[in-house]
Ligand binder design. Sequence first.
Ligand code: DQA
Length: 146
Amino acid sequence: MMENKDITVLIIHGPNLHLLGKREPSIYGSFSLNDINSKLEEKASAKGFKLLICQSNSESEIVDKITNAEYDYLIINPAAYTHTSVAIRDAILGVNKPTLEVHISNIYKREEFRKKSMISDVVAGVITGLGVDSYILALEALPLQQ
Ligand code: DQA
């Protein structure tokens, strides 16, 4: 198995996640995207991983990142594209890298349209509804034992 110091994890935050802290705080909490990223950096350095972090509102930029960046694991919160994007699903299938899907809110406890994820059945695991901890626990789970 690879050593942790040789592992690069790509973190992708999808559309509107740059608004965290201001956006619907009763659903998404009062922490900002910078707060999440600092916690991720802290956890990554404790585990010895390298992190690449990106936030994008554009589906095509997210597809480009998934397919062009160099990384060993992907942790992705596709945000609204979770429910619509065949392109992001196909990119994940195309590169075939171990991927975890995360959501801040519990997508199964909200509107009907959020209950369908286009990627859940092509990723290794899903963590939903645990706020910032959804991301931290995803990083904690790496490297995957499978
Ligand atoms: C989200 C849930 C999505 O339904 C929503 O569109 C988001 C954020 C979450 O992290 O809870 O933007 O992915």
